[in-house]
Write a protein that binds this ligand. Structure first.
Ligand SMILES: [Mg+2]
Length: 136
């Protein structure tokens, strides 16, 4: 670990790095445990737009990973932070309308952003969805 002596933390991708689908990658659980035992900060990144952090962590737990929600940085979490910051800078209400699938709306509800009618929004978020844009 001498080569890592200046490193304070790791950003580690989930899908394809720690697991593939419902199968953990060989040695991944042990590697995360080892990095934690050495005191490194770890954040886990994912570009999923369908699952909230709670669901992501529950899924990872079933694969043997001990990862807390606050350690997961997903695309929706990045969007939430951007919207909050930009709303403040632009003087807009942090009101959103989501086009989504899955349970990712939970992260938005817990964030303090206002999910509201599409006629009263500052922000429209379009995430991969079966929902047709024509419905707008
Ligand atoms: Mg990946």
């Amino acid at each position: 670990m001498k080569a890592l002596s200046n490193i304070k933390g790791f950003l580690i991708d989930l899908e394809g790095t720690l697991h593939i689908g419902d199968q953990s990658i060989k040695g991944a659980v042990e590697t995360i445990d080892f990095l934690r035992s050495k005191g490194y900060s770890i954040r886990f990144i994912t570009n999923t737009t369908r699952r909230c952090r709670k669901t992501i962590c529950e899924r990872l737990s079933k694969l043997g990973f001990k990862i807390s929600e606050r350690e997961v940085f997903s695309t929706p979490i990045a969007a939430i932070r951007y919207i909050k910051k930009s709303s403040e800078e632009l003087g807009l209400e942090p009101t959103c309308y989501l086009l989504y699938t899955g349970d990712v709306h939970r992260d938005f509800e817990e964030s303090g952003l206002i999910l509201t009618d599409k006629n009263q929004i500052s922000w429209l978020l379009v995430m991969p969805a079966k929902t047709s844009l024509i419905q707008l």
